[in-house]
Design a protein. Structure first.
Length: 357
């Protein structure tokens, strides 16, 4: 029945998208996964598909919105049990499953046990690293198709069913290009040991450069809050280091476009790194450690420098002006646009449904 619907509607699908409910869609400030979901939903609707979004009630979308709670969990605080709210959002998607040709899950591992028994076709995009301590869980769902954010992310779970590698994309028009940066470097992300904020500050202090930081403080995460208070906060008093707070989109673009380079000293196997393409879209090259998907995104010596050590990052600072900022912008326009991302996800849907595309 679902196959006939797809054919009769000239390949227009009925798609259910499950988003995380920690932040609204799109996020007001920090929230890479939520931003990707927003662009995917809007892009699919522009292509004529009927999309239902399962997200927090304060989301702004052209899709039909079904929500378990009027506010995202970050704003809700203790008004509601967060785990109950997450599960209820998944329950709502299950209740409506027969309305869709396919359900695309972006909310993580919790949906897998339910998807295993659904009649409706599902596909999953996991927006973080497959940590060793959780891989035993994913091995129970080898029949479920996954899309991956990079070849690197895929390499850690070769036992999962590969529905395709789809790189994240951004709306390049929303990122102003700047060929004449100011004399500072930037760090953008979250104050987490994994993201490398401490390492970025250490690099700046050793190289005696000015570093501007836009980052989220995760007060609900005890480990990250301790990390900020004990490792980061004391260093923010240095005159070369300036913390700007958690930035909205306009503030983020302002930070990135005027920076000589983005510092990206990640301490984990990050599956993508949205800030990399956001910086390059502004013409800003990247100096990054060779971990995760970095070498798939940044072209070494052309759109930045991909190095093995923090010492190598310090050395790259001296060569950063050799990078042509127009090449950075061109790479994003060619490889990491919203349109390309939406088209690739659309191909995945049709392939999984055995429909011509």
């Amino acid at each position: 029945m679902r196959k006939n619907i797809g054919v009769k509607s000239k390949r227009k699908l009925k798609i259910g998208i499950i988003a995380p409910i920690e932040e609204s869609i799109p996020p007001e400030r920090y929230g890479g996964t939520e931003l990707i979901v927003y662009h995917l939903v809007e892009g699919l609707i522009k292509k004529g598909h009927q999309v239902t979004l399962f997200a927090s009630g304060d989301s702004k979308t052209s899709a039909r919105l079904i929500s378990p709670f009027p506010k995202c969990l970050r704003k809700a605080g203790e008004e509601i049990n967060h785990e109950v709210a997450r599960l209820f959002s998944l329950f709502q998607a299950i209740q409506h499953q027969e309305e869709f040709d396919i359900i695309h899950n972006h909310a993580g591992w919790r949906f897998l046990p339910f998807a295993h028994s659904l009649k409706t076709k599902t596909v999953h995009t996991y927006h973080t690293y497959f940590f060793e301590r959780t891989r035993f869980f994913f091995k129970q769902f080898k029949d479920q198709p996954f899309t991956f954010l990079s070849k690197n992310q895929r390499s850690f779970v070769p036992f999962l069913k590969n529905a395709g590698i789809v790189y994240n994309g951004i709306d390049v028009k929303q990122f102003e290009f700047n060929a004449n940066p100011q004399n500072y470097f930037a760090f953008l992300g979250r104050f987490s040991p994994l993201k490398g904020a401490l390492e970025a500050i250490q690099i700046a202090l050793k190289a005696k450069i000015k570093l501007l930081i836009g980052a989220k403080i995760e007060t609900e995460n005890k480990k990250e809050f301790y990390y900020f208070n004990n490792k980061i906060k004391p260093l923010l008093k240095h005159p070369k280091i300036k913390y700007l707070g958690e930035l909205n989109h306009k503030e983020k673009v302002e930070l990135l476009k005027n920076a000589r380079a983005l510092l990206f000293p990640i301490q984990w196997e990050e599956p993508f790194g949205l800030v990399l393409i956001e910086a390059m879209a502004c013409g800003t090259p990247v100096i990054a450690l060779n971990r995760g998907a970095v070498p798939e995104i940044v072209i070494n010596k052309k759109t930045g420098f991909v190095v093995k050590t923090l010492k190598g990052m310090i050395g790259a600072l001296k060569k950063i002006d050799k990078i042509n900022r127009f090449d950075c912008r061109k790479l994003v326009e060619q490889k990491f646009t919203v349109e390309r991302m939406v088209n690739n996800y659309e191909k995945v849907y049709f392939r999984l449904l055995n429909l011509p595309h």
